[in-house]
Design a protein. Structure first.
Length: 480
């Protein structure tokens, strides 16, 4: 007999080589003599098959998410549809337990069933799966693990909340690139990570798709419920965020992307709103089954424990996204160039400011030195003037003192010459010497040195005393 083994998945579309074993009836051992051995699978087709099971290939290929983010979405969807139509369905009955565990609920219902499929598509896939795996068809009983898996998959995906929780943890790579990614590797390393995390963007929320389906075919009853909800105050999320829906993420771009678009991209991720629901994961991690609670109090306690775990996981998820954004911004060569340019601009401005400050300080110093020099010169001139004025005043005092002495001496000599015998017939200028001395002291007190010198010269004439007497009378009258 001839045994052929052909793998179903071939990424390159080439024919898979056929493995042929030739044997005769004489060489074939008896069934009880067959030895169980472990076969190591290999080959391109098997690697493609395993990569799909392990989600190394894009799990969202062909979905609305993939169509929104592909370079040529229409061509990609057409290619994906063609590939899926040519693929055979998984035979769950002949798959090992290990391989069954690798399948997600979408693949359990139908091979190639994309995530974010409509409720109707999931229902159709479940009906087809029931035609193959229902106990009435297989005869394996109601407790058949395969049928129970199909039923569990449908129960989960048909319930919007359960499906939301399942999609949040279904085959998702949470890893983020490490620090120190080289600039030449930045785009190839970070682009797929951001595209992968867009799975949990608000515009890819499964609940949003369910609401859209309900709104499109719900009828009057749905509208009534919507109005009633609005009367209560809007959606559960609250606020105005639902009114301003974000329908797409700004492109990641490349090395030539303008900076304003780069900032818009990171602005989206800094304020990233994730719909990821950790209720199912928290319930499994806490090992609490709400349906198995013995009392209302126990159920309430379990619910509180699960909610506390959900909040912790949500916080960790946002911390992971924030760390991704921080590392990407730190490694982004476009932002690095902008930082360098801003740094150089700041250094240039600082240098210009420093030079301006130095020039200003130098100008102030020169002006201060000039002002100090002018003040010093003015002070020196004032000091010199004061000194000269003092010397002049001393000189004038000395001259006045000398003029007074000379005037007194000449006046006395002229008086004695006019009255040699001290008689009273001395031309009648003064009655006695005491009155003469009074007039002389009055003139010395009131007249300047020049005036006194002029009177002293007049004393040399024949009417010198009379002139002195007349000046004394005028000076006394002026003083009064």
């Amino acid at each position: 007999p001839e045994y052929k083994e052909r793998e179903e998945d071939n990424m390159n579309g080439a024919d898979t080589p056929i493995i042929t074993f030739n044997s005769t009836s004489l060489d074939w051992p008896a069934e009880d003599e067959l030895e169980e051995v472990e076969v190591q699978c290999a080959g391109r087709a098997y690697l493609a098959y395993e990569s799909r099971l392990l989600s190394l290939r894009d799990f969202l290929h062909g979905s609305s998410f993939h169509a929104n983010n592909a370079v040529d979405s229409s061509a990609a969807d057409a290619s994906a549809a063609a590939d899926e139509s040519n693929k055979k369905e998984y035979d769950l009955l002949n798959m090992s337990e290990k391989k069954l565990d690798k399948l997600n609920y979408y693949q359990v219902l139908q091979r190639g069933l994309p995530m974010h499929s409509s409720t109707e598509d999931i229902r159709k896939a479940y009906h087809k799966a029931c035609l193959r795996y229902h106990p009435d068809k297989t005869g394996r009983g109601e407790e058949d693990a395969v049928f129970l898996l199909v039923k569990t998959a449908f129960d989960t995906l048909s319930d919007p909340m359960k499906r939301r929780s399942y999609d949040s943890t279904c085959h998702f790579d949470e890893s983020i690139p490490p620090e120190g990614v080289e600039e030449q590797d930045f785009y190839t390393v970070y682009r797929p990570v951001f595209e992968r995390n867009l799975r949990f963007a608000s515009f890819n929320d499964p609940m949003r798709n369910v609401k859209n389906e309900t709104a499109s075919g719900g009828g009057g009853g749905k509208k009534k419920g919507k109005n009633k909800k609005n009367k209560k105050g809007g959606s559960n999320n609250g606020g105005g965020k639902d009114n301003k829906k974000v329908d797409k993420c700004p492109p990641f771009g490349d090395d030539d992307t303008p900076l304003d678009q780069v900032h818009s991209f990171y602005e989206f991720w800094v304020h990233f709103e994730s719909w990821r629901d950790f209720s199912l994961k928290a319930e499994k991690s806490t090992d609490h089954d709400l349906e198995a609670a013995d009392s209302r109090d126990e159920k309430r306690w379990m619910k509180q424990e699960i909610d506390r775990k959900v909040k912790k996981m949500k916080k960790e998820e946002m911390a992971r996204v924030n760390l991704l954004v921080e590392r990407a911004m730190a490694a982004d060569p476009r932002l690095s160039r902008e930082k360098k340019r801003e740094k150089l601009e700041k250094e240039r401005q600082a240098e210009a400011k420093r030079k301006a400050d130095e020039e200003k300080a130098e100008a102030e110093r020169v002006a201060k030195e000039k002002q100090d020099a002018e003040n010093a010169k003015k002070k020196a001139e004032e000091d010199a003037k004061k000194k000269n004025a003092k010397q002049l005043k001393e000189q004038q005092k000395k001259q006045l003192r000398k003029a007074k002495q000379q005037f007194r001496k000449l006046t006395m000599s002229a008086y004695q010459a006019a009255s040699p015998n001290d008689s009273s017939d001395s031309d009648g200028v003064w009655d006695d010497m005491e009155k003469m001395n009074d007039d002389v002291e009055l003139l010395c007190e009131k007249l300047s040195a020049l005036e006194l010198d002029s009177l002293s010269e007049a004393l040399g004439g024949p009417n010198g005393l009379a002139e002195v007497r007349e000046v004394a009378i005028e000076t006394a009258a002026g003083s009064e």
